[in-house]
Design a binder for this molecule. Structure first.
Ligand SMILES: [Zn+2]
Length: 313
């Protein structure tokens, strides 16, 4: 196999928040790790071409995070380059990963100083609704308040509380799950499937507004201290409108654990792209999240149009 072998770390949406409707905000990228340990950012903006071949059957460890402060986290690459035993990490990196500790902090868990600095900054509680109507409650740190929801692929979202730190926000999150019944996780596969037949935006907005209103009512009555109730709409990236429009589209027909793939990106929602394959007007929803921890070589490839295409229409 010729060509540089890259380890895929995933899809990230960094940069400035969208300043208003009609704007994208930031820029989505697929982050690749080169053999020397440098990172390459592949643009996933509408119009970008993505061509790659998967060159390993197994997933490799992506290393672990060490949180240095509220604004700085270091990504420590895996020293052994081991196959991933637990999702996207080897056993050692899973144990060393500090982001794991975040979820126990509000239950009295101990954390290192850098992570404590991160957790003690302002956090936001949000209610996010996805293309199929699934709704979740979640948290975001102040600096990544907008980006977190872009990376999740929310269609409509509202911030419902501004908390003084990451401990209070997770107490509120658990309270909302217990009292309002909102889940803290919407499965990745459900998000992808929902994009094949998204509900209308007005319907999703009404759903989200209803849940957000209930949560605000709940928060107004709680004895928990250290937060204020908020009522602020998240502005989604404008280019995602292409993905949420009620047009015919299909599930991407090829598994992303092997083979050669190539397509144009028409839009991106979270890790899900609307892909245009060469030689057809049909649009396909492909979950680029499946590429995380895979080893790829970039190239000028084109995904075959499925032979069963006629029956899809
Ligand atoms: Zn590792």
């Amino acid at each position: 196999m010729t060509g540089t072998r890259y380890l895929v770390h995933g899809v990230f949406w960094d940069g400035q928040p969208a300043p208003g409707r009609g704007h994208d905000g930031g820029a989505p990228v697929m982050r690749l790790q080169s053999p020397s340990g440098d990172f390459l950012q592949l643009s996933l903006q509408p119009g970008a071409r993505l061509g790659f071949q998967i060159v390993e059957q197994f997933r490799s460890c992506l290393g672990h995070l060490r949180v240095q402060s509220s604004v700085r986290r270091d990504h420590i690459l895996c020293s052994t380059g081991a196959p991933a035993a637990r999702g996207k990490q080897c056993e050692r990196c899973f144990m060393l990963d500090e982001s794991r500790l975040i979820h126990d902090f509000h239950r009295g868990g101990r954390v290192p100083p850098g992570l404590l600095d991160y957790l003690m900054q302002e956090h936001w509680l949000y209610v996010a609704t996805f293309a199929g109507g699934s709704t979740k409650v979640g948290t975001a740190s102040g600096p990544r308040k907008w980006n977190r929801l872009a990376e999740q692929g929310a269609v409509v979202a509202r911030y419902v509380a501004r908390a003084q730190d990451g401990r209070v926000v997770r107490i509120l999150e658990d309270l909302v799950t217990a009292e309002a019944g909102l889940t803290q996780q919407v499965r990745s596969a459900a998000k992808t499937e929902a994009l094949l037949q998204p509900l209308g935006e007005a319907e999703l907005d009404a759903l989200n507004a209803g849940h957000a209103g209930s949560v605000r009512g709940l928060l107004a009555r709680t004895a928990v201290e250290g937060f204020t109730v908020a009522d602020e709409q998240w502005i989604r990236p404008e280019q995602t409108s292409t993905l949420y429009s009620p047009a015919a589209r299909h599930a991407y027909p090829h598994p992303l654990d092997n083979g050669r793939h190539g397509f144009d990106i028409a839009a991106l929602s979270g890790t899900n792209a609307l892909a245009r394959l060469d030689g057809t007007d049909a649009a396909f929803v492909v979950n680029l999240g499946h590429l995380a921890a895979r080893t790829i070589v970039l190239g000028d490839f084109a995904s075959p149009v499925p032979a069963v295409q006629e029956s899809l229409f």
